[in-house]
Design a protein around this ligand. Structure first.
Ligand SMILES: Nc1ncnc2c1ncn2[C@@H]1O[C@H](COP(=O)(O)OP(=O)(O)OP(=O)(O)O)[C@@H](O)[C@H]1O
Length: 737
C-alpha cells in the first residue's frame, strides 16, 4: 500500500501488523457469536420444552423471559451474521481510538463499529451497532470537530478475514504509537467497480449524510441534491436507522420504500438486508396496489392525462354508473302486488347512496332503499308483511345481485375503452383528442393484457371510491358461488371456485379458470385493501404524477415521510401540480430539509459533460461537486445510418476499460438493432431504455443518439441529463453523423 495522504505513516510492515491486530479482534467477535449461537439455540430449545410444561408450574414466566432476553440480542445477531457473511462485506467495519493526544495508550478507549451489536459474556461491547448513539462519532468526527476521536479506522473484510485498513487522523499530530495507514476509505470505495446491485455505504457514510440518516423520525424529511449525491443510499440507511431507533413502531407499522420501477427495486434490494434489516416493503410505482403488477409505460401524452388530477372527475363519473349489465328497471311481484321501479327511481337511489357510501359496502343499504321505494310505489296491504316478503324474495335477491353487484375497480377502467362512453364522461374535463387517446390506451391494455404504470394510480383511485370488494357471507357461500360463477365469469373474473351446492346437496368439483384472454389477465387476482404504513420513503419523487401522490397519500395517512428527489431529473411535466399534490399528501406535518452537494458517482469528467448539457436549458439545476477524477474524458463519436457497429466497438473497448457493469442506453428507435448486446461480456452488458435508468448506475455507459432520447422522452433534456449521469468511470456518446 502506498503512502499518499498527509499524516499517513505506514509501511508494508505497519499495515501487516495493523491488519493482524484487527484480525485478532474480529476473530474474537466471531468466536463470541459462535458461542452465543449455540448457547441461545440451547436456551431456545430448552425454554420451549420447559415452557410447554409451565402450566404445571415447572418454570415461572419471568424466568423464561429472562432466559430469552439474556441471549436474545446476541442470538439474533448470530443468526443474521451467517446471512450477512454469505452475501455482504464484513460484519465489523470500523474502529475508533478515543482520547486526547496526551492520553496514555492504556487509558484510551477503543470502540469497534459493525453492522450489528455484539457483547461478550460480561456484557461488554465487542462491536457497537452503527446506528447506536455510541457510533455517531464514527461518522461525525472531523479534524475541525474531532468529538474525542484520535483516529478513525475503516476495516475492509472479505468474509471474516481482514484484508485492509484505511485510517483518518482527527488530530493534527498522531500520538507516537498510533499508526495511520491506507489511502482513505471513501475514495477506495468510490473507485471500486459496480455490480448489478447497489451496495451499502455503512463504512464510509459522510458527516452531512449521517445528519440526514439520524434525523428525527417524525414529520417530513426531504433529501434533495443533484445526481449521484447519495440521496437514495442515504434514504435507505435512514430506513435502517429508524428501525433501530424505534423498532417497535416501525416494525409493526411498516416502512414502505417506493421507487420508480421494478429495475430500481431490484437494484436497491440488497442494501437493507446487508444492514441486517429485512422487514421493509420495497415497491415500484407499478406494484403499489396489491393484486396488480404493471411495468408498461404509456406514451407521454397519455401519461399526462392519466397523471393529472383532472382525471378524477372522469373516474368519479365512471364509478357512479351502474355496473355493466345492470338492469335498468325493477319488476317483481311482492306480497301479491306488482312492483315496478323505473330507471329514474333506480338512478335516484344510486345517487343518494353514493353520496355518503362506497358502492361495494352499500349493498345492504341499496336493498333497504329499494324496499322503501317499492313500498312507496304500492302502499297497499300490510306494510310489515310487504317488507318481509320483499326481504325473502328470490327475485329481489337476483335483482340486487346484478343491479348492485360487487364491482372490481379494474372493470370501471375497462369501460373507458369505449370512446363514446369516455366522451360522455369527460365532458368539460378532457378535450376530444384527450378522450380519444384515453380510450385508445384502454383498448391497448385490453389487447396486450397488461396495465400501464399510470393505470395503477387510477385503479387505486376507483378502488377508494368503490370500497373493498366484499366476499359473500360464509353461510350463503354455496348459494352465491354458483350465481357469482355465472355472473362474474362473464366479466373475466378468474379463480372462481364452485364449492358445495347446498340446494341439492351435490358436491361439485372445484374448477379454476386459468387466464386465457387478455381481458381476463387484466382482471386476474384480487385487489386488496391498501394498508397504511408508519413511514413512507419515496425515491425519485420528482417523477411522481399528482395521481401517484394521491395513491401514496392513502398509504401514508398517519405516516412520517422521507422524500428524495432532484427537480432537474424530472420526467413529469407539470411540476407545480405535482408539488401541490405532494404537499397535500404531507398534510400539516413539519418539514425538515437536507441538501446533498457532493457527487460520489460520476468521475468529474463525466459529470462536467452532463452539466454542460443541462445548464443552458435548466439554469437553476442543482449542480453538485464531483469528488473524483479519472483523467479520461467521455468519448463523443458519430455513426452512419445505424448505431449497431459503433455501439459494438464502444462496448468492446469499455469491456477492456472497466471491470464491472456496462449499460447501452438507447432510445426506442434503435433498441431492436442493439438488443444483441444485452447480456454480452458474460452478463456485464445491459441494454436499457432511458427512463428505466432512473436511480441506477454502471461502471460505464454507451449513450446512443442523445437527440433522439430528448425527442422521445416526456421530460426531454431532463431525461437525457439522467442518462448522462449514470456512469461512474467511463462514458461513450454516439450520435448520427
Ligand atoms: N458515503 C459514501 N460512501 C461510498 N459511496 C457512496 C457514499 N455516498 C454515496 N455513495 C455512492 O454514490 C453513488 C450514488 O449514490 P445514489 O445512487 O444514492 O445517489 P442519488 O443521489 O440517489 O443519485 P441519482 O439522483 O442520480 O439517482 C452510489 O454508488 C453510492 O453507493
Amino acid at each position: 500500500m502506498t503512502t499518499t495522504r498527509p499524516g499517513a505513516t505506514d509501511t508494508s510492515a505497519d499495515v501487516a501488523r495493523e491488519i493482524e491486530l484487527e484480525q485478532a479482534h474480529v476473530d474474537r467477535v466471531y468466536a463470541e457469536l459462535e458461542k452465543a449461537s449455540g448457547r441461545a439455540a440451547d436456551v431456545e430449545a430448552d425454554g420451549l420444552a420447559r415452557g410447554r410444561t409451565s402450566r404445571t408450574g415447572d418454570v415461572r414466566d419471568e424466568e423464561l423471559t429472562g432466559l430469552f432476553e439474556r441471549d436474545a440480542l446476541v442470538y439474533a445477531a448470530a443468526k443474521r451474521r451467517s446471512a450477512i457473511e454469505k452475501q455482504y462485506e464484513g460484519l465489523v467495519f470500523g474502529r475508533l481510538d478515543l482520547g486526547e493526544v496526551s492520553t496514555p495508550a492504556a487509558d484510551r478507549e477503543i470502540r469497534h463499529i459493525g453492522r450489528l451489536g455484539v457483547r461478550d459474556d460480561d456484557y461488554e461491547p465487542l462491536v457497537v451497532d452503527w446506528r447506536a448513539p455510541a457510533a455517531a462519532a464514527f461518522y461525525r468526527a472531523t479534524p475541525v470537530d474531532p468529538m474525542g476521536v484520535l483516529r478513525r479506522r475503516v476495516l475492509r473484510c472479505s468474509g471474516s478475514t481482514v484484508v485492509g485498513v484505511e485510517d483518518d487522523l482527527m488530530v493534527p499530530e498522531a500520538p507516537d504509537d498510533i499508526v495511520v495507514v491506507g489511502d482513505g476509505a471513501l475514495i477506495a470505495a468510490l473507485t471500486r467497480s459496480r455490480g448489478r446491485q447497489m451496495r451499502d455505504i455503512v463504512a464510509t457514510i459522510q458527516r452531512h449524510q449521517d445528519e440526514a440518516i439520524r434525523a428525527p423520525s417524525r414529520g417530513i424529511t426531504e433529501i434533495t441534491g443533484g445526481p449521484g449525491t447519495g440521496k437514495t443510499v442515504v434514504a435507505l440507511h435512514r430506513a435502517a436507522y429508524l428501525l433501530y431507533s424505534e423498532r417497535r413502531r416501525f416494525e409493526s407499522g411498516g416502512i414502505l420504500v417506493v421507487g420508480p420501477s421494478a429495475a430500481y427495486t431490484a437494484y436497491i434490494e440488497r442494501v437493507l438486508p446487508s444492514l441486517g434489516e429485512d422487514s421493509v416493503a420495497l415497491r415500484a410505482l407499478g406494484d403499489l396496489v396489491d393484486g396488480v403488477t404493471a411495468v408498461r409505460l404509456d406514451s407521454p401524452e397519455v401519461a399526462a392525462i392519466k397523471g393529472s388530477l383532472r382525471i378524477r372527475r372522469v373516474l368519479s363519473r365512471a364509478a357512479s354508473r351502474p355496473p355493466e349489465g345492470a338492469p335498468s328497471e325493477l319488476r317483481a311481484f311482492i306480497n301479491g302486488h306488482a312492483v315496478r321501479l323505473d330507471s329514474g327511481v333506480l338512478s335516484g337511489i344510486r345517487r343518494h347512496i353514493l353520496r355518503s357510501s362506497q358502492h361495494n359496502l352499500a349493498a345492504k343499504q341499496a336493498r333497504e332503499e329499494l324496499a322503501q321505494a317499492a313500498w312507496k310505489s304500492v302502499r297497499q296491504g300490510d306494510r310489515d308483511q310487504f317488507f318481509d316478503a320483499f326481504d325473502s324474495s328470490r327475485d329481489i335477491d337476483a335483482f340486487v345481485q346484478s343491479w348492485w353487484r360487487q364491482v372490481d375497480p379494474r372493470e370501471v377502467l375497462l369501460t373507458l375503452a369505449d370512446t363514446d362512453h369516455v366522451l360522455g364522461l369527460a365532458r368539460g374535463v378532457l378535450n376530444h383528442e384527450e378522450s380519444a387517446a384515453l380510450a385508445q390506451s384502454m383498448r391497448e391494455a385490453i389487447e396486450l393484457g397488461t396495465w400501464s404504470v399510470a393505470d395503477v394510480a387510477l385503479i387505486d383511485d376507483v378502488s377508494a371510491r368503490l370500497g373493498p370488494v366484499q366476499q359473500p357471507e360464509a353461510e350463503e357461500r354455496g348459494f352465491y358461488e354458483i350465481e357469482e360463477f355465472d355472473d362474474l365469469s362473464s366479466y373475466g373474473v378468474l379463480d372462481v371456485r364452485a364449492g358445495v351446492d347446498r340446494r341439492d346437496g351435490a358436491t361439485s368439483t372445484t374448477s379454476v379458470v386459468t387466464p386465457s384472454t387478455a381481458r381476463e389477465r387484466l382482471l386476474h387476482g384480487r385487489i386488496e385493501r391498501s394498508s397504511s404504513s408508519a413511514h413512507v420513503l419515496v425515491d425519485e419523487a420528482q417523477d411522481l404524477s399528482p395521481m401517484q401522490w394521491r395513491m401514496l397519500a392513502r398509504r401514508g395517512r398517519n405516516a412520517s415521510w422521507t422524500v428524495v428527489g432532484d427537480a432537474a431529473q424530472a420526467s413529469w411535466g407539470d411540476l407545480e401540480e405535482a408539488r401541490s399534490a405532494r404537499r397535500e399528501a404531507y398534510g400539516s406535518q413539519q418539514l425538515r430539509e437536507f441538501h446533498m452537494d457532493t457527487n460520489y458517482r460520476n468521475a468529474r469528467e463525466i459529470f462536467d459533460y452532463a452539466r454542460d448539457v443541462i445548464l443552458p436549458l435548466v439554469p437553476d439545476a442543482d449542480i453538485p461537486e464531483a469528488v473524483r477524477e479519472t483523467g479520461v474524458a467521455p468519448v463523443d463519436r458519430g455513426f452512419e445510418d445505424s448505431p449497431a457497429s459503433a455501439t459494438d466497438d464502444a462496448v468492446l473497448e469499455l469491456l477492456g476499460d472497466v471491470e464491472g457493469s456496462i449499460a447501452v442506453i438507447t432510445p426506442a428507435r434503435w433498441a431492436d438493432r442493439l438488443q444483441h448486446l444485452d447480456g454480452a461480456g458474460e452478463g456485464r452488458v445491459q441494454v436499457i431504455d432511458p427512463l428505466s435508468t432512473k436511480g441506477l448506475e454502471w461502471d460505464a455507459t454507451v449513450v446512443v443518439d442523445p437527440d433522439a432520447i430528448v425527442e422521445e422522452s416526456p421530460g426531454g433534456v431532463r431525461v437525457l441529463y439522467v442518462v448522462l449521469t449514470r456512469a461512474a468511470h467511463r462514458m461513450t456518446v454516439l450520435r448520427p453523423n
